[in-house]
Write a protein that binds this ligand. Structure first.
Ligand code: SF4
Length: 460
């Protein structure tokens, strides 16, 4: 089963597959070199990026991510405020302190190659890292795929058909890969979805430690919202996008001098939370992939809405929310994809919305059938959504799209709670439809910035 800690990972912006994944891949390359005893022979490193990484990697800071990973930094530990500084030092010196103890030549401008001509050898997000000796001989070479949500597999793992360790990283007592199986388990074990997921996690370690880790993820999400709500200015990149979360939350906060408010204005608060997260993401800040960086605002926004606006909300409820959401993210990851480069934005914001809808429905008292219905409604109404970020930046349409995903999630949970859990289209059918639709989508709509808004909107 996919662990909650594989679905929700603390990292940095702006992209899980283009920033977090490549950093993880570079770290895996370092570990492999070390394990093979090759590190001492290396004098130069080169990294080739293919497919979507080549097309939108510049805007997603893939070059920075590779440098950070080779410098021994990890997405969880790197201080986002120091990341650019470290990269600029490497770019100036044209060398890097590999694994903290061997200096190798690496000029990011020429040694990190955005190869848009060579087709990606497998998954659309591919990268090949090559280490050379003084004489120019290849000391070590590895091909990695960044398969979405910050998960990485090597060529061997990918060809082995497993995409393996990254997809199925815990083995608990309750095995399911479809929503049908999940509902059957809920019935036979008389447990909620969150209880099943927690039992699987508990197979790995003490319950208290798992709950603390979930609480840390929640705290990181809320910190990200707070930081985004208090930040102003223009986001990095040539689009000149102004941050708006701070102004939005100010306008959405009730003014005692004006007691009339339209009911729909509650939506602005939720939007402000989602936008705050994605503005932080776009600026390279600390982020929780949920389940990706581009879609990182949806779940925190709905969790915050639950915690602030729903009676009986509690920390236990927040854990139940995130555990329930995990089950649906895991099912999508197993049977379709969470990656915009594979299936378009339906797999990112659509998945996040389905997960949030499931989580909210569960904590508001929904039965497993109603929870599955909520996830199904949210995902169904994201089917076909393309990924076409303007300028390759995770800003337009990504930031605003997260507010739409969050509001759809609340709507979906509410619709499901109004029903009895009986419905015609199953979650599994929608996931399969998303997979097939993703296959049919042309490459230009899958995080390559070669179609859609990315070409119809003229950049100034
Ligand atoms: S359009 Fe959607 S899938 Fe594409 S980068 Fe933005 S959030 Fe991710």
């Amino acid at each position: 089963m996919t662990s909650i800690f594989d679905i929700f990972k603390i990292g940095i912006g702006p992209s899980s597959s283009h920033t977090v994944g490549p950093m993880v891949a570079a770290g895996r390359f370092l570990a492999w070199l070390d394990q093979e005893g090759l590190t001492g022979e290396i004098t130069r490193i080169v990294c080739h990026l293919y497919g979507s990484l080549a097309h939108t990697g510049k805007g997603h800071r893939t070059d920075l991510a590779v440098v950070l990973g080779l410098a021994g930094e990890t997405p969880t530990k790197i201080d986002p405020d120091l990341a650019s500084c470290l990269f600029n030092t490497v770019a100036r010196q044209k060398s890097l302190l590999l694994a903290g103890h061997v200096t190798v030549a690496l000029d990011p401008a020429t040694d990190i190659v955005f190869d848009r001509d060579t087709p990606s050898p497998g998954h659309p997000n591919a990268m090949r890292i090559i280490a050379y000796s003084e004489s120019g001989k290849v000391v070590g070479e590895k091909l990695y795929y960044s398969i979405g949500g910050g998960s990485v597999v090597s060529e061997e793992e990918y060809v082995g058909g497993a995409a393996g360790a990254a997809l199925h990283n815990i083995s608990g007592p309750y095995v399911f890969s479809t929503a049908d199986q999940l509902l059957a388990l809920c019935g036979s074990e008389n447990k909620s979805i969150a209880e099943l997921v927690l039992a699987n996690e508990a197979a790995l370690g003490p319950l208290q430690r798992i709950e603390t880790k979930i609480d840390n993820i929640h705290s990181a999400m809320m910190d990200c919202i707070d930081k985004g709500l208090s930040s102003e200015g223009v986001l990095p990149g040539r689009l000149g996008v102004r941050r708006r979360a701070k102004g939005l939350i100010r306008a959405a906060t009730p003014n005692p001098n004006h007691n009339f408010r339209y009911p729909h204005q509650f939506m602005d608060r939720v939007s402000a939370y989602a936008i705050a997260v994605n503005e932080q993401n776009a600026s390279g800040g600390r982020i929780v992939t949920a389940p990706t960086n581009g879609a990182a605002g949806v779940i925190p926004a709905v969790v915050r809405y639950f915690a602030e606006s729903c009676s009986d909300a509690s920390q236990i409820g927040v854990r139940e929310f995130l555990l329930t959401a995990t089950a649906f993210g895991a099912i999508i990851k197993s049977n379709a994809s969470l990656s915009g480069a594979e299936v378009g934005c339906q797999g990112e914001v659509g998945s996040a919305s389905a997960m949030a809808a499931a989580g909210l429905c569960a904590v508001l008292g929904g039965t497993p059938q109603q929870v599955e219905n909520a996830a199904e409604i949210a995902l169904e109404h994201h089917l076909g959504m393309t990924c076409d970020p303007i300028g390759g930046l995770v800003q337009i349409p990504c930031i605003e799209r997260n507010s739409m995903g969050a509001l759809k999630a609340i709507n979906a949970a509410s619709l499901a709670l109004a029903g009895d859990g009986q419905h015609i289209v199953s979650f599994d059918a929608v996931v399969e439809t998303m997979r097939q639709t993703g296959l049919d989508l042309q490459t230009k709509y899958k995080e390559t910035s070669q179609g859609g808004l990315a070409v119809t909107v003229v950049e100034c």
